[in-house]
Design a protein around this ligand. Structure first.
Ligand code: NCD
Length: 366
């Protein structure tokens, strides 16, 4: 049994197994109508959501299971100051599986360290969002028929857009893909994502501010929202918020079989006039997200039957871990909010120490 905190927690074989399962669910929904009879899912959402929470809940109902939820910080004991760890321990007594969204980076890892049922990360701050990537992958599979040899443009807030980080990590595992990272300089893909997913594996990528520069080459254009809630400076958000707006005119040079994706919600970055373009896939992507979450819930429930009560083993005792001598400087990291959490850094092959919760570099380096 394992928690799914990051898309890298799933091997490429597991990703493909989940996609095959989702396609079987689409083809034969009746076969799965009682697959999770008697099981319960908790959706712990400490941050706003429409699609992710509702699609987890719809997924569980369509499998015959039940759902209990705390939608928003105000309706749970988090508003009284309860820690992520205590909430995870408590909720494990009520349900068979947990999907958690939380504004702090690394909060899903903390939940998985303390839960005794599988934990799915439904978004931890600007860090990861693996189940959105499952939705994105099924969309790409059905639109393009493959995950390799694709020119992938990612446009918008590539710094705080957690779906972008997870999607790069997923697609970087397939051969022949090229990445076009389109963002203002302030919102570039964080260096920890670029380094581990792209640079260290010599995967070609280009960074540009101009969304039209590589438009004719793209097979996929993944648009994202500028993430207002993650800016420390509201003035900077105001300055950057309308950096990119996709319109029919901007698609004139694009390939006829381009697939336009967006995790949604869109604010202003795709004009509604694009919705009628057959290349617009973002509402299909919403539906595919439900089927992928059904497949993932089934997989984790099955693994739970054979490995009951054991959360993903999180063992920080190896020689690569540096404990207590460094502090994480990322204000968005859960370890800076919940002060009792141990400060733990992992030293990579390059000697750089990164926080185990949020992957920020230790600063200063030891
Ligand atoms: C995304 C998220 O929450 O990170 N939305 C989603 O899950 N469908 C993207 C966003 O909020 O901009």
């Amino acid at each position: 049994m394992k928690a799914v905190l990051d898309i890298l927690d799933l091997s490429t074989d597991e990703l493909e197994e989940l996609i095959a399962k989702a396609e079987d669910i689409i083809a034969h929904p009746a076969k799965y109508a009682h697959a999770a009879d008697g099981k319960k899912l908790a959706t712990l959402f400490f941050e706003p959501s429409t699609r992710t929470r509702m699609s987890f809940e719809a997924a569980m109902y369509e499998l015959g299971g039940h759902v209990i939820t705390t939608a928003g910080v105000d309706s749970s004991s988090a508003s009284k100051g309860e820690s992520v760890a205590d909430t995870a321990k408590t909720v494990s007594n009520y349900v068979d599986i947990i999907a958690q969204r939380h504004p702090k980076e690394g909060s899903a890892l903390v939940a998985a360290m303390h839960a005794t049922v599988p934990v799915i990360n439904a978004g931890d701050g600007g860090h990861c969002h693996p189940t959105q990537t499952l939705a994105d992958l099924l969309t790409i599979k059905r639109e393009k028929g493959r995950f390799d040899h694709l020119n992938v443009g990612l446009c918008g807030d590539l710094k705080f857009g957690r779906t972008v980080h997870s999607l790069i990590n997923a697609l970087a595992r397939y051969p022949g893909n090229r990445f076009f990272l389109i963002s203002p300089p302030e919102l570039k893909v964080p260096s920890y994502v670029k380094k581990a997913a792209l640079k260290d594996r010599a995967i070609p990528y280009l960074q540009t501010e101009d969304m039209l520069e590589f438009m004719p080459e793209l097979d996929i254009l993944y648009m994202t929202r500028i993430q207002r809630e993650r800016f420390a400076d509201p003035g900077e958000y105001e300055r950057l918020k309308d950096s990119y707006i996709l319109t029919p005119a901007k698609l004139e040079t694009a390939k006829k079989d381009l697939a336009i994706l967006h995790p949604l919600p869109r604010v202003n970055e795709i004009s509604v006039a694009v919705d009628d373009d057959p290349r617009a896939c973002y509402f299909k992507q919403v539906l595919y997200g439900k089927y992928m979450r059904m497949a993932l819930i089934l997989k984790l429930l099955k693994e739970q039957e054979t490995d009951k009560g054991v959360a993903r083993k999180v063992d920080f005792s190896g020689p690569e871990y540096v404990r207590d001598s460094l502090r994480c400087k990322n204000g968005r990291c859960i370890s800076n909010v919940e002060q009792e959490l141990p400060q733990v850094f992992r030293r990579g092959a390059d000697g750089v120490c990164r926080c185990v919760y949020c992957e920020a570099k230790a600063d200063p380096e030891p």
